[in-house]
Design a protein around this ligand. Structure first.
Ligand SMILES: Cc1cc2nc3c(=O)[nH]c(=O)nc-3n(C[C@H](O)[C@H](O)[C@H](O)COP(=O)(O)O)c2cc1C
Length: 260
């Protein structure tokens, strides 16, 4: 905080923008988010308007009272509780504004097939032609509405294959992975589609292939917990192929890196 922003009582002043200007700017920001419907836009605007006005009003009252009680200890007892109430209202308004910011960040991070296309294309153009470029995607960010468009965008941009983690970003890592959702992608694309997500053993691999129609699989955490999993799947074995001692040696080599 610069010294200019403080008045001579050491109280931080609100920055240059007025509440009205902030509300107007916020309205403009909401307008620029295409994925937002009008009802939500209106609701968020009202929440913002209330929160920012409440924060400002509380701040003004807080400041007045702080000035009033300064150097007058008897006034502290009278106004202390009210000052605390205004502080509490300011922090509640701040909480609302932070929540709103999170909602906006999520709405802005919608799936954008054009952006996906541009990203993959940029890499494809930058990498020598004889080196294949692939991409990995989830089924979507908040929902699956754009999964086919995004997969097509990757193909159209020149990727040699695409790996799809069968969950949205919002699904996180919570089981299940929706392997059946990969089938329409696999059927729509000409390039190879590699299935990914929640394959922990040979039975999962078989089920994933069955539901997705994808022959090739990518394994993440399963390969860390079961280093011989890829071998088990290749050999269609439900039982471990490596002895505990061999596995241990493999893990030690993994931990120390390829030069050990
Ligand atoms: C050690 C580890 C590193 C990972 N690194 C990446 C990464 O760099 N980029 C990425 O898109 N996903 C990464 N992932 C996610 C996996 O590629 C995969 O999509 C996810 O773990 C779901 O598959 P799984 O259920 O087989 O683990 C990583 C996963 C693990 C376990």
């Amino acid at each position: 905080m610069s010294e200019d922003a403080k008045n001579n009582e050491g109280i931080v002043e609100f920055s240059e923008k007025t509440v009205e200007e902030r509300i107007r700017d916020f309205g403009e920001l909401l307008k620029s988010i295409e994925s937002l419907d009008d009802k939500k836009r209106q609701l968020w605007r009202e929440i913002y308007e209330n929160a920012i006005s409440d924060r400002q009003n509380s701040y003004v009252m807080f400041t007045k009272l702080v000035r009033l009680v300064q150097d007058k200890s008897t006034e502290h007892a009278v106004h202390g509780k009210t000052i605390a109430t205004f502080l509490e209202r300011m922090s509640r308004a701040n909480d609302q504004l932070i929540k709103l910011a999170e909602l906006i960040a999520k709405a802005q991070k919608g799936d954008e097939p054009e952006v996906v296309y541009e990203l993959v294309k940029a890499v494809r153009v930058a990498v020598p032609a004889h080196i294949p470029v692939s991409a990995k995607m989830r089924l979507g960010y908040m929902d699956r509405n754009f999964m086919l468009e995004n997969a097509h965008a990757i193909e159209d941009a020149g990727a040699a294959w695409v790996t799809v983690h069968a969950r949205t970003k919002a699904d996180g890592y919570t089981p299940p992975a929706f392997w059946d959702q990969l089938r329409p992608i696999r059927e729509a694309l000409k390039i190879n589609v590699i299935a990914n997500g929640e394959i922990w053993n040979n039975a999962d691999a078989k089920q994933c292939r069955l539901e997705s129609g994808c022959e090739d699989l990518m394994i993440g955490r399963g390969a860390v917990t079961t280093p011989d999993l890829t071998q088990c799947i290749r050999q269609n074995s439900d039982l471990p192929l490596l002895s505990w001692q061999d596995l241990l040696q493999l893990q030690i080599r993994f931990i120390h890196g390829p030069l050990s």
